[in-house]
Every structure is written in C-alpha cells, then in structure tokens.
Design a binder for this molecule. Structure first.
Ligand code: ZN
Length: 246
C-alpha cells in the first residue's frame, strides 16, 4: 500500500519520490472495450475458473517522471501501432502476415514493460507472472535505456487468433504462464493479439523463431483459428460458460 503522501521508491528509477497510481496494462489497450460493459476476463491455467475482472488495474509503482515520460514514450508508439497513427508496410504470406517498418526498440520495450509491470504488480490478476529479480532488473535497465535487447533476448511472438474467421480487437485476456522448449512463456491477449513472451536462455527454433519480433523492424504475425490454440480455446469455452452464469 502507498503511504498517505504516496512517497516511496520508484520501481523504475529507484529514487524516492511521490508515486503515482499507474496502469499495469496501459489504458489505451482498454480503449476497444470502452463501448462494451467494461470488463475483461482473467485467463488462467489448470482447473481454476475464469474470473470477471474490472478493467484498469492500477498500482503505486512509479514516480511521475517515469510514468509520464520514460514509460509513456514507448507506450505512445505502441498505441499508434495498434490503434493507428503510425505507418508500416504489410504483406501477405499465406496464413501469416508480415509487417515491416516498425521501430524495434520502442515496440520491444513497450511490450516488455507491460510484462515487467505484471511481474511487479501485487494484484492477483498477475499472479502467474513472476520474472524473478534477475529478469526484473534486466528489464528495468532496458526500460531506463542503459541496456538494449537483441532479438534473441526476451523474444516476443505475435499471433492473431481468429474466431470463426474474425479478428476480435476488443479481446483482452491474461496473463498465463507455460513452458516451451526449456523457456518460461507468458501469454496474454491484448487488443485481440496473442503475445507470447519467452523468458529463458534457450534459443527459439522453427515456427516460434519465425514469429519473433525482428531487429530490422519486421514481424511475422501468424493467423490461427482459435480452435488450433488449445489453451485459448479452453479459456474461451470457460468464459462462455461464465457469461451464461452471470
Ligand atoms: Zn521514477
């Protein structure tokens, strides 16, 4: 809990400052939900039931400068990328799309900062994200600008799940944790896209390596029917059941 005047150690710059109440998942990602009923579902693994969660989890983690400038500059770019406002090239690769012309550093840091904030958060929604001190510190240094990440460090894979052939931009779910090829993989759906963050020292191979954000600013997006993404299909079935119960 924040103290009465909200003074505390900012988790990004590590200085003592008044802390501001900041979003764990940036608020622009809730924008497609604004016209809806204002809730999204926590995706969970195992036998746990899905739960309906009020949108916009916030926590006192950062000072004003870190929240409004250091984190915001990358978020602004990601918002323009997802909601429109920045240009990139796209091409069709059969069941995939390739986008080019992205700002690699900004895209990568904006997405990694969401994963990092989920790990810092004490909210139960993000319980599955536990990066550990080593990775939390590496990501903090990256966001502060004192470390740059190559494309094989903290790879981020992008998939567009299709629901009966349709892409649902107003879908947010997450996060959940799994293991793949020796790495820990955190998955969440933001603005309809399934982002998979691989954390570990094992190099990606095959299809996974193809879907990793590239340093040259290109990213191959796999379009997959939700029925072919077992954990997401299971979650959707559970969510459907929960909606009927509400
Ligand atoms: Zn700060």
């Amino acid at each position: 809990m924040a103290t009465r005047d909200n003074m505390g150690c900012c988790r990004l710059c590590l200085e003592q400052h008044p802390l501001v109440d900041s979003h764990i998942i940036p608020s622009f990602l809730y924008k497609p939900l604004k016209e809806k009923d204002g809730f999204y579902f926590q995706l969970s693994t195992g036998d746990k039931k899905e739960s309906k969660v009020q949108k916009g989890v916030t926590e006192y983690l950062f000072c004003k400068k870190c929240d409004n400038e250091r984190l915001q500059k990358n978020e602004d770019y990601l918002a323009r990328l997802i909601l429109g406002g920045t240009s990139f090239r796209g091409s069709n690769l059969g069941s995939s799309r390739k986008i080019e012309g992205l700002n690699y550093q900004k895209t990568k840091l904006a997405l990694l900062s969401i994963l990092w904030r989920m790990s810092l958060s004490k909210h139960s929604l993000f319980n599955e994200v536990t990066l550990g001190l080593k990775h939390e510190e590496a990501l903090r240094c990256g966001i502060m600008g004192s470390q740059q990440f190559g494309e094989e460090e903290y790879p981020i894979l992008l998939t567009a799940p299709l629901f009966q052939g349709r892409f649902l931009a107003d879908c947010i779910m997450g996060p959940s944790r799994t293991k793949a090829e020796g790495n820990t993989v955190y998955r969440c759906v933001l603005a309809g896209f399934l982002f998979s963050f691989a954390v570990g020292s094992n190099r990606l191979s095959g299809k996974a390596a193809e879907l990793n954000l590239r340093k040259d600013g290109s990213w191959v997006i796999s379009l997959i029917d939700v029925n072919d993404i077992p954990f997401l299909r299971t979650a959707c079935v559970q969510i459907g059941q929960r909606i009927q119960e509400l």
